[in-house]
Write a protein that binds this ligand. Sequence first.
Ligand SMILES: *Cc1c(COP(=O)(O)O)cnc(C)c1O
Length: 403
Amino acid sequence: MDIEKIRKDFPILSRKIKGNDLIYFDNAATSQTPIQVINKISEYYSKYNSNIHRGVHFLSQEATSEYELVREKIKNHFNIAKKKEVIFTSGTTHGINLIASGYSNILQKGDEIIVSNLEHHSNIVPLQMLAEKTSSILKVIPMNLSGDLDLKAYKKLLNNKTKLVFVNHVSNSLGTINPIKEIIKEAHIHDAKVLIDGAQSAPHFKTDLIDLNADFYVTSAHKLCGPTGIGFLYGKEVLLNELPPYQGGGEMISEVTFEKTSYADLPHKFEAGTPNISGVIAFGAALDYLNGIGLKEIENYENELLKYATRKLKEVKGLRIFGEAKNKISVISFNIESIHPYDLGSILDKMGIAVRTGQHCAQPVMDFYQIPGTVRVSFSFYNTKKEIDFLILAINKAIKMLS
Ligand SMILES: *Cc1c(COP(=O)(O)O)cnc(C)c1O
């Protein structure tokens, strides 16, 4: 991997922030966008902007074929059995809500739903709403100090009333890679359906959905070098067919009369209205870009950054890392004794370093450690060891200023 060459693909990385070179360590919140993806958005609007699936004219056909080509790319990249099992959404949150809302018509009083202590709020709140609506019961897989899920406890939660298990592949707050293959296998013994939130895993390593045997999978393009407001939902065909449409409107119908409307087949049944066409097309360009570098290469390099930064951070006096699972992606959550995460974050910002501070949309994780929040650094393949060295320097400077 030629990092210097890769960095040139990202116009934003040459920005100065408050007089310093930008060091972008907030990749778990959103990744940066390479020029190839930016150009693809511009290409769509300057060459074939038009509505899809319904035009007889040339532009509409061109836009439709570019749009549908991305469905094919996603199918191949994530190893999905059928193209119609790929539903475009506005992102992870939308995908989770679509499934949770669908099951509000299926779950019954006393049914059980399992979620984990490590989830993003977007994987907790829709399930609380679902449980409330259906009088079903929400149960939580506990975590331990290292930031791993307690699988023994998980197995005890499962029973013949368990209908759904929602769990993230990778925790956004700690970086833990969860053993989802095992989680899925155990759920299937009890005929429960599993949704995997892949927002944090898809950017960092390859996902094979046929091998995992997940029932549903959701992710967002903006975490993998694509634009915001676009993502996809994968669902097994038989399961998606059991769910009612999420929204009514154009494109999702086959026939409409005032007496009765019949719905379109998959995937259109779940894609009401004019979609984010440029977003989908740019999402395809982002996948091409990542595959051009190679997911395996990305994974190896990011692991190197993770190890390097973990070692360097541990040398900082009074610094504690939260979440030291054996299987982790390049996310490090930490605090420094007697310094509020927000104060540290603000000083780092003055030196051009973008980090995230707070609860990272995962308050139950912070509650578990009994802390108000952490400072989180999250690396991508365009980050460097030199940037990590500067971070350490800046943290030490901040400690002097704040103590
Ligand atoms: C970012 C993230 C989400 C939410 O993604 P949106 O694009 O905001 O819908 C959900 N889960 C995890 C693990 C995330 O990292």
